[in-house]
Ligand binder design. Structure first.
Ligand SMILES: Cc1cc2nc3c(=O)[nH]c(=O)nc-3n(C[C@H](O)[C@H](O)[C@H](O)COP(=O)(O)OP(=O)(O)OC[C@H]3O[C@@H](n4cnc5c(N)ncnc54)[C@H](O)[C@@H]3O)c2cc1C
Length: 397
């Protein structure tokens, strides 16, 4: 039996970041992951284009993940428009006193950077490929049995094992699920002459469309619609797809060529109001899997992770009830607010009649006319929600 302070099950973006943070804080960490440790072969390190907000960039930087080999596109402008309405919200980082709102990073490349950092630290026990089979907690410890028969003992078990979390099931933690009946199709497209620092989001009655900057004049497309319409969009030939893209983007954008491979994801909300069990905590998608409409899922998970590094990394007994309760007290309102905001937006797209209320209902377009409100919106969207973790607060070097 091997002994650890913290056993992490799930080495996706949330679990890997947590392993790095706790190892930096001096904890003895085991990281259990079902897939081979190559970024190319892990489903969670795929082609999706992630908008990583400013607070998350601080966290990634302080974890030593933003190395020279990682390509990031700084996000300095965000253009938001709505089909069939004149409203247009234009956000510029410089007008909000910051150099950038965040950055766009491809998940595969971020995963590869995390693997490099894990290897460089060299202190994390990596069990991979391995799967969780059983857990057993008492007042002092939690024991974990893996499918290979290997047994580990720790003070805290973290479930960062994604939407269908085995840790959540084995710990008997309640969650709810709502299927949106929508899917996200992603692909990238070449767009000569596009500004590399601008993201576009367009709300249409059938779903949102985001165009996110990537290197080499490419854009990452996130195209959300009802399942059956995504099915037919996946089957379009390239020419028809590009024509549909131009029309959906309101023809404000255009000149798209050479679309890349298309992949789709069914969209559902999994919500865990109390992501704690006996010596167990859930983070990332294992706790809350949210709709990508507001680009918040990974950012929310990373804030969970950073707060857990503050609480568990500083404690002699990271799995103690008091430590986990203090972590939850810090995280609960951010989790609830982020889920609520994203769910409200997502459901509006499931019900076309309510989409017309979006502008006033969420105050999105009103913010353009009221800079003070817009400033608050922008700061929250940049991930600085109280209490701000020490990893998010500022870049330390
Ligand atoms: C189309 C799309 C676009 C998105 N865009 C954004 C964005 O712009 N910004 C943003 O912040 N978020 C975005 N998200 C959300 C973001 O991708 C996720 O929130 C994030 O990737 C979740 O990471 P995770 O590590 O929590 O979970 P996962 O990526 O699911 O990782 C879970 C890991 O656990 C492992 N595992 C599972 N079960 C076991 C087991 N029993 N034993 C061992 N290991 C196990 C899996 O192999 C996997 O590696 C987007 C999502 C989608 C679908």
């Amino acid at each position: 039996m091997s002994d650890f302070d913290v056993i992490i099950v799930g080495g996706g973006l949330a679990g890997s970041a947590l392993a790095i943070g706790l190892a930096q804080a001096g904890s003895r960490v085991a990281l259990v992951e079902a897939f081979e440790p190559k970024a190319q072969s892990r489903p969670s390190f795929d082609d999706r284009t992630l908008v990583v907000n400013a607070a998350s960039l601080n966290i990634l930087s302080n974890l030593g993940i933003l190395d020279d080999r990682l390509t990031t596109c700084a996000l300095k402008r965000i253009e938001i428009s709505r089909a069939g309405a004149p409203g247009h919200l234009s956000l510029r980082a410089e007008e909000h006193g910051c150099e950038r709102f965040g950055a766009v990073i491809v998940a595969r490349e971020l995963g590869a950077a995390m693997l490099r950092r894990l290897e460089a630290l060299g202190t994390i026990e990596s069990l991979c490929p391995e799967r969780l089979a059983a857990i057993d907690a008492d007042d002092e410890h939690i024991e974990v049995e893996l499918e290979s028969g290997k047994r580990l003992r720790g003070q805290l078990l973290v479930g960062s094992d994604g939407t269908n979390s085995t840790v959540r099931r084995l710990a008997g933690i309640d969650s709810t699920r709502h299927d949106y009946g929508q899917s996200a199709m992603i692909f990238n497209v070449h767009c000569p002459g596009r500004q590399a620092d601008t993201a576009w989001e367009r709300f249409t009655p059938v779903g949102p469309l985001a165009l996110l900057p990537q290197p080499d004049e490419r854009l990452g497309v996130v195209w959300i619609d009802r399942n059956e319409r995504i099915e037919s969009a996946l089957a379009l030939d390239d020419e028809a797809l590009l024509e549909r893209l131009e029309s959906r983007s309101g023809r404000a954008a255009g000149g798209f060529v050479s679309p890349g491979k298309r992949v789709s994801y069914p969209l559902a909300l999994t919500r865990t109001p109390c992501p704690l069990g006996r010596r167990v905590v859930l983070v990332g998608n294992a706790a809350n899997t949210i709709h990508p409409v507001s680009a918040q899922g990974f950012n929310l998970g990373l804030r969970d992770v950073a707060a857990l590094v503050d609480h568990a990394g500083a404690s002699d007994d990271p799995g103690h009830d008091d430590v986990l309760s203090a972590w939850l007290a810090d995280r609960q309102s951010d989790q609830a607010a982020t889920v609520r905001y994203t769910d409200t937006l997502a459901r509006a797209f499931s019900n076309p009649s309510s989409i017309m209320r979006l502008g006033t209902g969420l105050g999105l377009f009103a913010h353009a006319a009221v800079p003070a409100m817009s400033g608050r919106l922008v700061r929250a969207a940049m991930g600085f929600r109280e209490p701000v973790s020490s990893l998010a607060a500022e870049v330390r070097r």
